[in-house]
Write a protein that binds this ligand. Structure first.
Ligand code: NAG
Ligand code: NAG
Ligand code: NAG
Ligand code: NAG
Ligand code: NAG
Ligand code: NAG
Ligand code: NAG
Length: 846
């Protein structure tokens, strides 16, 4: 029976576990999406979904369902996620979008339908998308714009129709309602001809039109007349140069801010560059031209059409340009060469560009030389911006030559080059306001006052330039400097001391990643205007709030990723009150309850802290990686309740101990009684009575009880401790085992001594308990003379009135003695059984 029940229980437990595990499995099956921002952003990419997972909350704003076989979008398909703003349905094998599929998505701003082989679009397929800004229908098998039911999407800003089969640029009437449209992308389609009126609806828009990778064979002259475009991109749009040349001529009358011509790097056609190729540009109104991937044939600017010379901004991107040759009357103001073939900066060739204001030569591997001292005989009077970033330069920067060569230079960018040497010179280009040297190895700054002559410089970026700040005068002379970015360098002794005393106008200082261990007290004493200070990614062990006390304008302080352990509320309260943002994340926070006040302060100023989710406890070890903001203050209070519980438990224990001490005998008696002693002893009662008395009454007991009862007739057998207790046993065990358990009755000899003795009182109490436990037991009280009645009554209580008990008063007179003895014998006789021997001896004595 027993084992059967156990078996049933086992089966039940196993079934329960299986069910639990199954539900867990189902739950993970139902919740496969990656939750990026809880309640807001979910990525459910490539999960073989046939619809929207049920557990995506209604509040979801960004949903990526790409690469799931959704196939057909029925009406109200997205009703469970009405708050969507971004929806990615890339490559979901969607062939049919039925009417009102997107109904209710009032806030949807971006809809990506890339790579779906759309075959059927209901006339109301895109109904109800009043906020749609960006619609991407890339690679969706569209062959015409006419069948696209999007005329009501008047909020549209970008329509990307790349990689389709659209063959006509004839834009439907409804485009005239797209007053916000700024990007129309028709890259990689099948447009081969452009006619007048095709673009008529565009005349009011300020549009970027991308027609790359179409094969345009025919442009009707005048098609672009009166059209204004923000940008027109025609990369690889013509079969060959001759079609392009005529095509551009046929585009006469176009007004465009930026025109992009050229090819692609991967399918570059080797064609010679015809000098008249770009003649058509003379008949257009162009602000900026970008010639991109123009191939090997084109390596000199003098092979360019003169029509380029009047365009204000000229950009060469991925060109084979080796030198620059422009005629005298060139009006180019902004020249940019990205990834060209220069070996040196051709300053002398640029002198002809009288209007040149901005020069960018970047991303050119071959460019290793820029010798300002040698170039100083040439002057580019109008040049204000010189950008030579991301080249292979190894140069000596001589301030005085730079000043002669570019007398109006405002901005110099020499970042991302291998080596720049800067020597200390008192005279420098006073016009210079922006200097960017980041990520170039610098020699000079840090060891010498390298920027002495730049008294109008506002912006200096020397991040990651391998400099070692060893002189306090490193930044002397930079009287106007407002922004100093110098992360990723190092300071002498890893300390900030008086390095910034001369840059008193500073507003933004970035000294992150500088291996700093210490920021001395007066480091920022003179930076009264400082608004933003970044000391992140250093090795600060302590925050010295006094160092920041002068920074009355500070709004942002970033100390994330240091080794701050102990913060005190004093630290935090002494920070400038102007602070709006504080980043303390990724430090070694101690979340033990000793720092409760700091944790409370931080929680109370949650708005102040940036990246609060990265503020994690480092110690104690059980809280490691707990987010500080999720740290439960109550966990500290719990420990106080634990303390309270512990205290009360110990109080109870102490009380119990006191009670045990006080009632030790009683307990012991109870234990002996309950341990079964009394049932087994019942049969061999060997005494008629156990006498309890005070040792001071021993004489009386001997005379009046022992002699009269034991030697008289009938014969009684008494238990007297001086005689009958077994030696070597604890007294208490003797009392219980020899006394109570082996006797039928108990005689209590109550005298004044008896009542005063603790021991007798105890015996009396045990006797009373014994009587309560054993229904046949009875007590005989023998009250001697001179006992105080009141005390007696309170001691004996109700026991003297129990019917089983006998209450005798002893008086030392012959008559009374006689009566007493008779009464005592009667009481003792009650319940006595006689052995045969006893009966015989009794008869003989009679
Ligand atoms: C749409 O956005 C507005 C404002 O951002 C918001 O009040 C509204 O609740 C959003 N609608 C839905 C359906 O979430
Ligand atoms: C068209 O959209 C696709 C997908 O978003 C994007 O990768 C591409 O750059 C867009 N084309 C243009 C020219 O913006
Ligand atoms: C056209 O749009 C561009 C941004 O796309 C903007 O910078 C320019 O000012 C606009 N021009 C006109 C004339 O609205
Ligand atoms: C340019 O227009 C002329 C005159 O209509 C036409 O013959 C020629 O084919 C057109 N060429 C291109 C490439 O559009
Ligand atoms: C300098 O050039 C780099 C690389 O091209 C660029 O990231 C940086 O913004 C430029 N600096 C300035 C001040 O324009
Ligand atoms: C730098 O500042 C200190 C203290 O304000 C001043 O005595 C010293 O002349 C300054 N040095 C330069 C080169 O400006
Ligand atoms: C401080 O510098 C670090 C990089 O060193 C950067 O990640 C962080 O965004 C900067 N902090 C601020 C507030 O700009």
């Amino acid at each position: 029976m027993h084992s059967r029940g156990a078996f049933c229980l086992l089966v039940f437990v196993i079934l329960f576990l299986v069910v639990l595990f199954r539900t867990q499995l189902i739950a993970t099956e139902l919740n496969p999406c990656v939750q990026v921002t809880p309640g807001i952003t979910y990525i459910c990419m490539e999960l073989d979904l046939k619809g929207i997972p049920h557990d995506i909350p209604m509040s979801t704003e960004n949903l990526d369902l790409s690469f799931n076989p959704l196939e057909v979008l029925n009406s109200n398909y997205f009703s469970s996620v009405p708050a969507l703003r971004f929806l990615d349905l890339t490559r979901c094998q969607i062939t049919r979008i039925k009417d009102d599929a997107f109904a209710g998505l009032h806030n949807l701003s971006v809809l990506l339908l890339t790579g779906n082989p759309l075959q059927f679009l209901g006339p109301r397929a895109f109904q109800g998308l009043p906020s749609l800004h960006r619609l991407v229908l890339l690679e969706t098998s569209l062959s015409s714009l006419d069948c696209l039911p999007i005329g009501h999407l008047t909020a549209l800003q970008e329509l990307n129709l790349s990689n389709n089969y659209i063959s006509s640029l004839k834009l439907p009437e409804y485009f005239s309602q797209f007053t916000h449209l700024n990007h129309l992308i028709l890259q990689s389609n099948k447009i081969s001809s452009i006619s007048r009126e095709d673009l008529d609806v565009l005349s009011t828009l300020n549009l970027t039109l991308v027609l790359n990778n179409n094969n345009i064979e025919y442009i009707q002259p005048g098609s672009f007349k009166g059209i204004y475009l923000q940008e027109l991109s025609l990369r690889s749009s013509f079969e060959n140069h001759s079609i392009m040349q005529v095509g551009l001529l046929n585009m006469t009358g176009l007004r465009v801010n930026s025109l992009v011509l050229g090819g692609y790097r991967n399918h570059r056609k080797e064609e010679s560059f015809n000098k008249n190729l770009l003649d058509g540009l003379c008949h257009m109104d162009i602000q900026k031209i970008t010639l991109i991937c123009t191939g090997n044939a084109f390596s000199r600017t003098d092979s360019l059409s003169a029509c380029v010379n009047n365009i204000s901004t000229v950009r060469f991107v991925h060109s084979y340009l080796k030198t620059i040759d422009f005629p005298e009357n060139t009006n180019i103001r902004h020249l940019e060469c990205k990834d060209a073939r220069f070996q040196r900066v051709p300053v002398e060739n640029l002198v002809s560009l009288k209007e040149l204001n901005e020069l960018h030569i970047t991303n050119t591997k071959q460019l290793t030389e820029f010798d300002v001292e040698m170039e100083a005989s040439w002057t580019l009077t109008k040049l204000e911006v010189l950008d030579l970033s991301s080249n292979n330069l190894n140069t000596d920067l001589c301030w005085s030559s730079l000043k002669e060569c570019f007398p109006h230079l405002m901005s110099l960018n020499l970042s991302y080059n291998p080596l720049v040497k800067v020597s200390p010179q008192l005279i420098g280009p006073t016009t210079l306001k922006y200097l960017d040297l980041q990520h170039s190895r610098l020699i000079g700054p840090g060891a010498v006052p390298a920027f002495l002559g730049l008294k109008n410089l506002i912006y200096l970026d020397i991040s990651y330039t391998s400099i070692y700040i060893s002189t306090e005068c490193s930044f002397c002379g930079l009287d106007s400097l407002e922004v100093l970015k110098m992360s990723g360098n190092s300071f002498k002794d890893n300390r900030v001391v008086n390095n910034f005393t001369n840059v008193t106008k500073l507003k933004i200082l970035d000294i992150s990643n500088c291996q700093l261990q210490h920021v001395s007290l007066n480091s920022f004493e003179f930076l009264h205007d400082l608004q933003e200070l970044n000391i992140s990614n250093n090795k600060l062990l302590d925050l010295y709030p006094e160092s920041y006390s002068h920074l009355g304008a500070l709004t942002i302080l970033d100390v994330h990723c240091n080794q701050l352990i102990t913060l005190t509320t004093k630290h935090l309260e002494n920070l400038p009150s102007s602070l709006k943002k504080l980043d303390f994340s990724q430090n070694l926070f101690d979340c033990s309850c000793d720092h409760l006040d700091v944790l409370l302060w931080i929680k109370g100023h949650e708005d102040l802290f940036m990246h609060a989710e990265m503020m994690k406890c480092h110690s104690p070890s059980n809280l490691e990686d707990t987010q500080l903001m999720h740290f439960h203050i109550s966990s500290c209070q719990v420990s106080t309740t634990t303390v309270a519980v512990l205290v009360s438990i110990s109080v109870v224990v102490v009380l119990l101990l006191i009670l045990v001490y006080k009632f030790y005998f009683h307990l012991y008696y109870m234990i002996v009684l309950l341990s079964g002693g009394h049932s087994s002893v019942d049969h061999n009662k060997i005494y008629d009575a156990f006498v309890i008395y005070s040792s001071k009454d021993q004489v009386w007991v001997k005379q009046e009880l022992e002699e009269t009862l034991e030697f008289g007739v009938p014969h009684f057998c008494l238990c007297l401790h001086y005689r009958d207790f077994r030696p070597g046993m604890p007294v208490i065990t003797n009392i219980i085992k020899e006394g109570f358990h082996s006797s039928r009755k108990v005689i209590a000899v109550v005298s004044t001594h008896f009542l005063e003795s603790r021991w007798c009182n105890f015996e009396l109490e045990v006797a009373q308990s014994w009587q309560l436990l054993d229904s046949k037991a009875s007590l005989i009280f023998v009250v001697l003379e001179g006992v105080d009645r009141v005390v007696l009554r309170s001691k004996l209580g109700l026991f003297r009135y129990l019917r089983r008990n006998t209450y005798l008063v002893w008086k030392d007179r012959e008559v009374n003695r006689h009566i007493f003895l008779r009464q005592l014998k009667t009481a003792l006789l009650d319940g006595k059984t006689w052995t045969e021997d006893e009966q015989r001896s009794m008869l003989m004595k009679k």
